[in-house]
Design a protein around this ligand. Structure first.
Ligand SMILES: Cc1cc2nc3c(=O)[nH]c(=O)nc-3n(C[C@H](O)[C@H](O)[C@H](O)COP(=O)(O)OP(=O)(O)OC[C@H]3O[C@@H](n4cnc5c(N)ncnc54)[C@H](O)[C@@H]3O)c2cc1C
Ligand code: FES
Length: 357
């Protein structure tokens, strides 16, 4: 049997070294060896893992030019999640995050069973998954869920963020939006029902709660972006810490809103908390007297009005267009880049045409 070729990868400026096998994505090799490097979607779509190849021979394959435009490819930038090594490599990390390195959790696979499916809205469900042994993760992180077994849907794998916290380490919850033609999400309520076996791999992600900060925390979500933000909020409450929190949530109409009773209960538990739902397509029928328009516009307007003191932390999760519109607003409001934590819910690469090969 021929042995796989192994190369050494050295990350600068941290001076951490690891091995990568030929044919293995550099990011997967890092996870395998418990080394935490910047990442997001893990599918060449979000650019969180972008770095510079300083030395060595690597190939970048199967990625979106939104994540790595040609001019950056020409100047030595690579995506760790889509790079294969053909020699030893030296790589300079661009989004070097000390919290991430310090709090790395080894990625493992867990067998589980879907134990409950709760309807939150016409297209959104809360899934409970019981896993065989506790999973350690930080509130806001995500896992890959795979439908095992045989049949046409076997092997479909997608990323989903936990809506639950470490307080229930064997029962993980997920808020998932159903797409009529979605390979994974359309299976909910049919193939994916209580009793279905699933496998989970994780945890992944850098958009997790940073503790013990007194300055205000801004949470901005849209659609199923509620899932990790709900976990972050719950984890904050469970910690007993207090800080001003503004939670903005973008939805189309009133029928897309959920957890309203739960948010009312949170208001009673925290000293300075506001939940601000923003409807982009409110109808007359909605008889809506709250915020309207796009969620990034409401963030801009309200945070300017309130002028909260201190160095804000902002967490944002959900559809890429919402996040792309929000990030410049946050920057203009003075939120530092290294206090801005983002999870773009990019579609799976198998559903995205026009990737660079
Ligand atoms: C880091 C990360 C965390 C995520 N966390 C969550 C989560 O907590 N909850 C959740 O519901 N999803 C989450 N997602 C998105 C999830 O991984 C899937 O992409 C999503 O559920 C669609 O998968 P699917 O197989 O149902 O659809 P696919 O078969 O992949 O796509 C089929 C069709 O569905 C539609 N579609 C799929 N995605 C979108 C989209 N984003 N916007 C508009 N139309 C779309 C399109 O019509 C597309 O052609 C996350 C993604 C990432 C990268
Ligand atoms: S993690 Fe590599 S592009 Fe998203």
């Amino acid at each position: 049997m021929s042995e796989k070729k192994v190369h050494t990868v050295r990350f600068e400026p941290v001076g951490v070294e690891m091995e990568v096998e030929e044919g293995e994505w550099v990011l997967d090799a890092a996870f395998r060896q418990g080394i935490a490097v910047p990442h997001g979607c893990r599918e060449g779509q979000c650019s969180s893992c972008k770095c510079i190849l300083v030395e060595g021979d690597a190939e970048v394959d199967n990625y979106s030019t939104f994540a790595l435009p040609d001019y950056e490819r020409d100047t030595g930038h690579i995506l760790l999640c889509r790079s294969y090594a053909f020699s030893d490599l030296t790589i300079e990390l661009l989004n070097f995050d000390e919290d991430l390195m310090r709090r790395a959790i080894a990625v493992k696979t867990f067998n589980g069973v879907l134990s409950a499916v709760t309807t939150l809205t016409h297209d959104t469900r809360l899934l409970d998954v019981q896993i065989e042994r506790p999973m350690k993760f930080w509130a806001g992180q995500f896992v890959e869920i795979c439908v095992p077994g045989v049949g046409p849907d076997a092997g479909v794998t997608r990323s989903y963020s936990m809506a639950s916290t470490q307080s229930t380490p064997t029962t993980l919850q997920f808020i998932i939006r159903k797409y009529a033609d979605g390979a994974f999400s359309s299976l909910i309520d049919t193939t994916l029902k209580p009793g279905t076996a699933v496998t989970l791999k994780g945890p992944f992600g850098m958009c997790f709660r940073r503790e013990e900060r007194a300055a205000p925390m801004i949470l901005v979500g849209g659609g199923s972006g509620m899932s990790p933000l709900w976990a972050i909020l719950k984890d904050h409450i469970e910690s007993g810490e207090q800080r001003p929190i503004r939670f903005f949530y973008g939805a189309r109409t009133r029928k897309d809103l959920f957890f309203l009773d739960e948010f009312a209960a949170v208001c009673a538990q925290l000293t300075d908390f506001e939940f601000i739902p923003v409807l982009s397509q409110a109808t007359e029928e909605d008889a809506w007297h709250g915020e309207t328009g796009f969620v990034h516009e409401a963030v801009d307007r309200i945070l300017r009005e309130q002028a909260l003191p201190g160095e804000l932390d902002a967490y944002t999760c959900g559809p890429p267009p919402m996040i792309d519109a929000l990030l410049p607003v946050l920057q203009r409001l003075g939120v530092a880049l290294d206090h801005t934590y983002v999870d773009k819910f990019t579609p799976a690469s198998t559903s995205t045409p026009n990737l660079v090969h």
